[in-house]
Design a protein around this ligand. Structure first.
Ligand SMILES: C[C@@](CO)(OP(=O)(O)O)[C@H](O)COP(=O)(O)OP(=O)(O)OC[C@H]1O[C@@H](n2ccc(N)nc2=O)[C@H](O)[C@@H]1O
Ligand SMILES: Nc1ncnc2c1ncn2[C@@H]1O[C@H](COP(=O)(O)OP(=O)(O)O)[C@@H](O)[C@H]1O
Length: 287
């Protein structure tokens, strides 16, 4: 496949603007309160027709086998539930660091569900796609819905927040890999935050419960938070490893990324309440 710029489909990053744990399900999964906002930066996907039943992938995250790739699993799931005689060759330009708390894998899966539903005229509703997405990962439904949102449960109970401020963000990932499951299992994690309201969040009364645990375990992430804090209040997204801070304009966000140590990854991007993939779907009437 020779990917052309104009045919690229975005799979945007997300930030968790805050993240609390308010309880636990019977199966051990933690009940969260969080706010998701998208970034106008992320992975990119191209789709090409393939023989019926075939799902192939080019590119993709290093070390993730084709059959484990959430983009491939999303396409296979759609074929299974619809019974359609279709096939697809996916090309994935992986720009988001895997395991960074930016939801790249979940976003890839959501973009595949949304775009193939359109390309294959599968006719599934957004509710259907969000339900399928939840089976692939807790963060997939918000990417399927496409609006910044207040989330509860494990991230599947969503209330749109279409009017959040849309600042520029500086995002920094030090070269560490964080195992989400280990962090959720940490005995020092605060698991009993009193539930808050959207109003409390808007008044700034919320943080990320993983931050103290991650700071203690990963000194480089503590360093990333301190670097950004020299410019603006900094926070962790998801379970890390990325730290972010908000700025009034692109130049200020880029300024906070100067002179990052060797091996660190950083980018500046605009916060957006409408996912770029939905913006593109809305602007693309027919295939
Ligand atoms: C924390 C969040 C916040 O947006 O994002 P990331 O840091 O991954 O981006 C998500 O809730 C991540 O949800 P999800 O995508 O399901 O996480 P996974 O990596 O699959 O979870 C790995 C393991 O963490 C534990 N886990 C995960 C989510 C949850 N609500 N409770 C849990 O206890 C479970 O043991 C699970 O098996
Ligand atoms: N297309 C994909 N992109 C990234 N990670 C993927 C993908 N498919 C499967 N994964 C797996 O999902 C894990 C979580 O990745 P990702 O969603 O990018 O990060 P996070 O959950 O920290 O936001 C990775 O460690 C990787 O093993």
């Amino acid at each position: 496949m020779t990917p052309a710029e104009e045919n690229a489909w975005p799979a945007p990053a997300k930030l968790n603007l805050f993240l609390h744990i308010v309880g636990r399900r019977d199966d051990g999964y933690h009940l969260l309160q969080t706010v998701f906002q998208f970034l106008d930066y992320g992975d990119r996907l191209w789709f090409e027709s393939a023989p019926a039943g075939m799902v192939a992938r080019e590119g993709g995250p290093a070390g993730v086998a084709e059959l484990d790739d959430l983009s491939v699993r999303a396409a296979r799931t759609l074929l299974q539930v619809t019974g359609l005689r279709e096939g697809v060759r996916l090309c994935l330009d992986k720009r988001l660091p895997a395991g960074g708390g930016l939801g790249g894998g979940s976003s890839d899966a959501a973009t595949v569900l949304l775009v193939l539903n359109r390309l294959w005229r599968a006719g599934l509703s957004q509710d259907d796609l969000a339900e399928l997405g939840l089976m692939l990962g807790a963060d997939v439904p918000v990417f399927v819905r496409g609006t910044a949102a207040w989330a509860e449960g494990v991230g599947e109970r969503l209330e749109p927040l279409p009017d959040l401020p849309e600042p520029w963000y500086a995002v920094v990932k030090p070269p560490v890999s964080i195992a989400t499951a280990d962090l959720f299992a940490d005995p020092k994690l605060t698991r009993d935050c009193p539930p808050i309201t959207i109003r409390d969040f808007l008044l700034g009364q919320a943080g990320n419960v993983f931050e103290p645990v991650v700071r203690a375990r990963y000194p480089e992430v503590a360093q990333a938070l301190e670097r950004l804090s020299a410019h603006a209040p900094a926070r962790l997204t998801g379970t890390g490893a990325c730290a972010f801070a908000a700025f009034a304009d692109a130049d200020s966000a880029r300024g906070a990324l100067r002179d990052l140590p060797e091996g660190w990854h950083g980018f500046a991007a605009r916060g957006c309440n409408l996912s770029p993939v939905h913006a593109r779907l809305g602007a693309t009437p027919a295939f």
